[in-house]
Design a protein around this ligand. Structure first.
Ligand code: ZN
Ligand code: FE
Length: 648
């Protein structure tokens, strides 16, 4: 691509048998050109010769192409589908627009990105406004690993992961002196970075004097919808978001978002979103599995199909909260069934009756006359972690399932669970002593409401002496109190995720959030690494009672202890709770393996401190390396549990 004498010089679709698209262009198997979105492009004689030559690197490379016979790119202005420029000229004009501070919709491998200058605060702010996205970090693409090093602090593990063939977004610490503007990841001390993963990206990112060191590359979608894949969809849906469109005519059969990973120091990669580059590669299990369809959860949905030893966990589908995402979910299942020749014999779903994935599962089971099993959310988290760590059948583990929300077997909302688990069954040995969640799911957006509930549970008056309440009207607090005491629309929850939100609110991080877990994420970023103190708590009758912690934490806040110290003490306490619970269980039941799963374990401070404490106490600690600890890994656990349920 860099050789001016080559016929594919600067060709944005150059590829060989080792690179190029596959999952996003395949329509059916066998993987042959007629069954891909390349079928409409007739190979020219030169490309055909390469394709047929066993000694050529393009031998049977299905997407092989060149400027003569293959797809091409062009640039369009907003609301005017006449090309402004094509080929090389389109790239040059696109780069000029980026430099001018414009926002570009770029059609990529698995969907559209919105791209802009990551060093220009005005355009990043404009992108946030147009995308209606407040606070949630944007990913950045850099031209080279060396460029990333200039802005971020990398370990060897980070370098390898960033440069790996899967090219995920990797979350790494930002150098304080980096000119990447704060609007890229507000309130955080990390950046999500990646390298170009298609020739088009290489051309768009190529370093030049005065050209931005990095581009924001965020998914091209309307807030909660799936990313756009077709040119027409982009023209319709992204016209208010982008100033211009960099398009091509290689159709995207399957939408596929960028994967997001990080490293646990010394322990390896830790997926946050497993998608492009990883899906649909199967996870190999130790069993012969029947053909199971597991439909996953609601947020960060993935589904899973099994066959033989393999669990085919899907690409990231997204939050199943609207028609577009549901369609993507249904199409995805049909596509996977066709690609892997799976015909489900049994269906697994989450116990939550209102999840669209649950409704789909029940309807499908009824339509096809299939057995279907409801799987408890937190058991599924732990089973996913056990399965990818090859824990043998019947071997129990202590499962610390710390999560946002999940439907419990008693109809309450769980999320701070210590489950003695095998694949077959689980026992809830300990859980966070529940508090009312006023407003139910709506409380997720308003951590101050959960904080008030925790104050009351700790026997404290929610009055204006506690700084976070000074900005909230007294009658609003009073009516919330009334709601909590009358138990109207205030289900009990043991959720650890909500506890983190509550603590973050009490120390003054924020009272409202713009995206899930924002308060907890910003709270984590504040932790003072030098502070080793802890708060009191008690373990009794299966309850983890954290009211004593809340009482002291509030005292710390009222006596103006530095926020970083309070944040550290809080995180240390939850790690210590975990250690003591595991010690108690080991004494009684001689179980030495501990599995950590659930969305709260995306908190790296908590994860690292808990792992250290448990390992120091001699426990074998199981963490995720293949699938996310959040709901994106849930379907794997549902599938494995269903296998063992059937064997009963
Ligand atoms: Zn050709
Ligand atoms: Fe969960």
């Amino acid at each position: 691509m860099a050789d001016p004498s080559d016929r594919r010089y600067h060709y944005p679709f150059i590829n060989c048998t080792n690179c190029g698209p596959r999952f996003t262009i395949i329509q059916d198997i066998p993987y042959d050109r007629p069954y891909t979105t390349m079928s409409g492009f007739q190979l020219c004689p030169e490309c055909k010769a390469e394709y047929n030559d066993p000694t050529d690197r393009r031998f049977h490379a299905q997407p092989v192409a060149c400027p003569t016979c293959g797809p091409h790119i062009w640039l369009e202005a907003r609301s005017n589908p006449a090309p402004l420029a094509e080929h090389e000229e389109a790239i040059q004009q696109a780069r000029a627009l980026i430099l001018e501070g414009k926002i570009l919709a770029v059609r990529g491998l698995g969907g559209f990105h919105l791209a802009c200058d990551g060093t220009n605060s005005q355009v990043v702010e404009k992108l946030r406004e147009r995308k209606l996205r407040v606070g949630k970090p944007f990913a950045l693409m850099f031209p080279t690993l060396k460029a990333i090093e200039e802005h971020c602090l990398l370990t060897d593990e980070d370098r390898m992961l960033i440069a790996s063939r899967e090219r995920p977004i990797v979350i790494v610490p930002k150098r304080p002196e980096s000119p990447i503007v704060d609007q890229v990841s507000p309130g955080q001390n990390t950046l999500g970075v990646m390298l170009p993963y298609t020739p088009l990206h290489v051309l768009l990112l190529e370093p030049d004097k005065g050209y931005p060191a990095a581009l924001v590359m965020t998914s091209g979608n309307l807030s909660d919808e799936p990313i756009a894949t077709s040119n027409q969809e982009a023209r319709e849906k992204l016209s208010r978001l982008a100033d211009a469109f960099l398009l091509h005519n290689r159709e995207i059969e399957t939408r596929c978002d960028d994967s997001v990973m990080r490293n646990i120091p010394g322990s390896g990669r830790y997926p946050l979103r497993r998608s492009r580059g990883y899906a649909p590669n199967p996870i190999r299990t130790q069993w012969q599995l029947p053909q199971i369809l597991a439909t996953g959860a609601e947020l960060k949905n993935t589904f899973c199909l099994t066959k033989g030893q393999y669990a085919f966990l899907s690409h990231h589908i997204g939050d199943l909260e609207n028609y577009e995402t549901l369609t993507s979910f249904e199409d995805g299942i049909a596509h996977f069934q066709r690609l892997f020749r799976v015909t489900p014999e049994v269906i697994a779903y989450d116990l939550h009756p209102d999840y669209l994935s649950t409704r789909y599962a029940k309807q499908r089971a009824a339509d096809d006359g299939l057995p279907a099993y409801g799987i408890q959310h937190h058991h599924a988290h732990i089973a996913a972690c056990m399965a990818e760590n090859n824990i043998p059948a019947e071997e129990p583990v202590i499962g610390l399932s710390y999560d946002g929300t999940g439907y419990g077997t008693d109809g309450t909302i769980w999320g701070g669970e210590v489950l003695i688990s095998t694949y077959r069954s689980f026992h809830r040995d300990f859980f966070v002593k529940p508090v009312p969640l006023p407003g139910g799911d709506a409380a997720i957006k308003q951590p101050w409401r959960v904080a008030v509930s925790w104050l009351l549970a700790a026997g404290l008056e929610p009055n204006q002496d506690i700084p976070f309440l000074s900005s909230i009207k007294e009658d609003e607090v009073a009516s919330l109190e009334k709601q909590i005491f009358s138990m109207v629309n205030a289900p009990y929850t043991s959720s650890m995720g909500r506890l983190f939100d509550a603590a973050a609110a009490i120390v003054g991080v924020r009272n409202q959030v713009n995206y899930e877990a924002q308060a907890a994420i910003e709270f984590e970023a504040l932790v003072d690494p030098k502070e080793s103190g802890e708060y009191p708590f008690s373990l009794k009758d299966g309850h983890i009672d954290l009211a004593p912690m809340i009482r002291e934490l509030v005292m710390d806040v009222q006596t103006s202890l530095a926020t970083g110290k309070v944040a550290a003490k809080f995180h240390n306490t939850i790690a210590e709770v975990s250690r003591q619970v595991c010690l108690l269980i080991r004494d009684q039941q001689s179980i030495n393996q501990v599995a950590l799963s659930g969305g709260v374990w995306q908190n790296m401070v908590l994860l690292e401190r808990t792992m250290a404490k448990l390992q120091h106490a001699g426990f074998e600690v199981l963490v995720h390396h293949q699938v996310p600890s959040n709901d994106g890994g849930l379907a794997l656990g549902q599938a494995v549990i269903t296998h063992f349920t059937l064997k009963n």
